[in-house]
Design a protein around this ligand. Structure first.
Ligand SMILES: Nc1ncnc2c1ncn2[C@@H]1O[C@H](COP(=O)(O)OP(=O)(O)OP(=O)(O)O)[C@@H](O)[C@H]1O
Length: 241
């Protein structure tokens, strides 16, 4: 579903945030991307959704080489939730925000309504559908952002820090939701318990390179390795020591 081959990304100020990274993702996989602050997680997600183009290497998504020409098509396949929910919400009501891209696609209002209601119900945010997004709490905004993406029915879901600002119940709803979605999913997060529960495979980034790519449990139980990369045992495993 995704093939990343020897990509590098250097910011305009000369900072090399991604250094020669390669990996492949099979359809239906759920991958956690973890690593210390500044390791390159958000940059990698932005490369995967075509917000940035790598200076070296290439990315293939659903058999399409990512380029300026294929970007429009790739964006229909890949749904992306940002770290800053405000960047994705701009309409007068939550309903209109979730409906925005569907209406833009020329979908009829009956189907729009069905998809909006389904997506908001799925993420547990149907009760805020008539409210202005800018008045919502950070956690509510994140759930609504996810609904805007799910309503588009993408094949691939990329999520940047999805559990940040969620209260325990909303976090639990999100965990159940992520576990139930059959999409190919790539999730960057500092919430290692979330990774343990949702992702069978984990990639650890360090200074823009891949320090580990393999089964989640093997890496999240390796305390010396975690410490070396400014990470800690997930809380769920700390009691088991
Ligand atoms: N616009 C930018 N210009 C220059 N350097 C940047 C820019 N954005 C990020 N960086 C640098 O690129 C590196 C990777 O940043 P990135 O945001 O991808 O890290 P991250 O792993 O997502 O971090 P965090 O966990 O703190 O969100 C960091 O050293 C950061 O300072």
């Amino acid at each position: 579903m995704i093939n990343v081959s020897n990509i590098c990304y250097i910011y305009p100020d000369g900072h090399e945030a991604i250094r020669n990274i390669s990996f492949s993702v099979q359809q239906g996989e759920c991958i956690g991307i973890i690593g210390a602050n500044g390791a390159g997680k958000s940059t990698l997600l932005k490369l995967l959704v075509g917000l940035y183009m790598p200076q070296k290497g290439h990315i293939v998504i659903d058999n399409m080489h990512m380029s300026k020409q294929t970007l429009r098509h790739i964006r229909r396949i890949v749904g992306f939730t940002f770290q800053q929910a405000d960047d994705q919400l701009f309409m007068p009501t939550v309903y209109d925000d979730v409906a925005f891209a569907l209406r833009n696609d020329g979908m009829n209002e009956n189907e729009v309504s069905q998809r909006v209601i389904n997506a908001l119900t799925l993420v547990g945010a149907i009760h805020v559908k008539d409210r202005p997004p800018y008045r919502l709490s950070e956690g509510e905004k994140r759930l609504v952002t996810l609904a805007t993406v799910l309503a588009m029915e993408p094949k691939i879901l990329l999520m940047d820090e999805p559990t940040a600002a969620l209260d325990p119940r909303a976090r639990r709803t999100l965990i159940h939701l992520v576990q139930s979605l059959s999409h190919t999913k790539i999730i960057t997060t500092h919430d290692l318990d979330f990774v343990l529960e949702c992702c069978e495979r984990t990639i650890v980034l360090a200074n823009g390179t891949i320090a580990y790519d393999g089964p989640t449990e093997a890496v999240l139980t390796n305390e010396p390795f975690l410490h070396e990369h400014h990470l800690e045992l997930p809380l769920m495993l700390q009691g088991k020591k």
